[in-house]
Design a protein around this ligand. Structure first.
Ligand SMILES: [Zn+2]
Ligand SMILES: [Zn+2]
Length: 385
């Protein structure tokens, strides 16, 4: 049984996870992490290729002729100062594994060891350890640098620990799992001057306040109530003191959505809204819109296979086959854009109020390591018969 085999590695995986947690590295700087991963894979007798997306590591394990599937983990940490004080807390100031990618890496390494030593499958498993999942889109860089040309991958699978779901449960469904993520900057140019003589200035602060309010109508009045969409302004920067109206204000924000048709419309709607405010307030307003991550969309057959494998490990009642997708984003979307596959969640919650992802108190739940590794093993052996 995959779970029994994985449990024999529980202590080893915990050790790896703590070592990774204590030595976090951020986007495209995962040099020590990549070396650790590559050394482990080689010690299992797995062929390793380095260099994709700078610090990406790809392991290839073939057992005879057959199909080829890829399993993906992410290796990067976040720019967060860890607040935990346990022995394996971050030794790198300002950097922290607060999204559990240390656990993802340890679980996939565990699965690689089991599959190399005792995997019963025909074909090839490709183990992808990608850099820079957080914000920088390391998955896109790996795809651009030839991941799918260099390796004959037919299907691809991802898994994220999910503290909002109780440990022992898993989830995967067809269609959208995670939203798209766009970011934007709005530069509001007015004409600064004396705060006591507002009739002589063009006030970008007042225009910005109108923009923040008007943008709220985008989701409520442009988007169909049957579609999900978020548009948030997250930063306003302008002005220095009490008696000066500034020349310029810069706003930043993000849009999240699932349907590609809607995604195409958001930028245009935003542009129209701010142009209208600009005209009415006499300001020159520029929108810089950046489509960052597409939505993460699971293909139906692979999602069903994945859910069946989950059910074989935790029981049908502990598998959510139709989860409500998250408005968070995931760069695994770029890999899913190229091959069939799916992205699932591994319940990680220990209590209602346990720290969630990206919290400075977060720590990957080590109890999940065996289950996560067992999932990868079971999926590989199920898919490559
Ligand atoms: Zn994250
Ligand atoms: Zn993450």
């Amino acid at each position: 049984m995959p779970l029994d085999r994985a449990k024999t590695l529980q202590d080893t995986m915990t050790q790896w996870r703590h070592q990774l947690h204590a030595n976090p590295e951020i986007a495209f700087q995962e040099f020590d992490t990549a070396k650790f991963v590559a050394d482990q894979l080689k010690s299992f007798g797995i062929e390793v290729q380095l260099g994709l997306a700078t610090t990406g590591v790809v392991g290839v394990l073939s057992k005879g002729e057959g199909d080829c599937i890829a399993l993906r983990a992410d290796m990067d940490a976040l720019e967060i100062t860890e607040q935990n004080t346990f022995a394996h807390a971050s030794k790198n100031p300002g950097k922290m594994h607060a999204c559990g990618h240390d656990g993802h890496t340890a679980m996939l390494l565990g699965a690689a060891k089991i599959l190399a030593e005792s995997g019963t499958f025909r074909g090839t498993v490709v183990f992808i350890f990608q850099p820079a999942e957080e914000i920088e889109g390391g998955a896109e860089v790996m795809v651009r640098e030839g991941l799918f040309e260099k390796f004959p991958i037919q299907e691809i699978y991802g898994l994220h620990n999910w503290p909002s779901m109780p440990a022992g449960q898993m989830a995967v469904g067809p269609g959208a799992m995670m939203a798209a993520c766009d970011t934007f900057d709005i530069v509001v140019k007015g004409r600064g001057g004396h705060a006591a003589m507002p009739h002589l200035v063009v006030d970008p602060i007042l225009a910005s306040a109108h923009i923040v309010t008007a943008v709220q109508s985008l989701v409520s009045r442009w988007v169909s109530p049957h579609d999900s969409c978020v548009v948030s302004i997250t930063k306003i920067q302008g002005g220095d003191t009490y008696n000066v109206i500034p020349d310029e204000v810069v706003l930043k924000g993000t849009a999240r959505w699932f349907s590609p048709e809607l995604g195409c419309e958001i930028e245009q709607a935003l542009r129209k809204i701010i142009e209208g405010v600009g005209k009415s307030m006499g300001c020159d307003i520029q929108l810089i819109y950046d489509a960052r991550y597409p939505p993460t969309i699971n293909t139906p057959i692979e999602a069903q296979v994945s859910a069946d494998v989950m059910a074989s490990l935790v029981g049908e009642t502990n598998v959510n086959r139709n989860p409500i997708p998250s408005m968070g984003a995931e760069d695994f979307a770029f890999m899913l854009g190229k091959r069939p596959g799916c992205y699932g969640w591994l319940g990680a919650g220990q209590s209602e109020d346990c720290p969630k992802l990206h919290n400075p108190h977060y720590d990957f739940n080590d109890d999940l390591l065996s289950l996560g590794a067992a999932y990868w093993v079971a999926l590989s052996e199920h898919r490559l018969i």
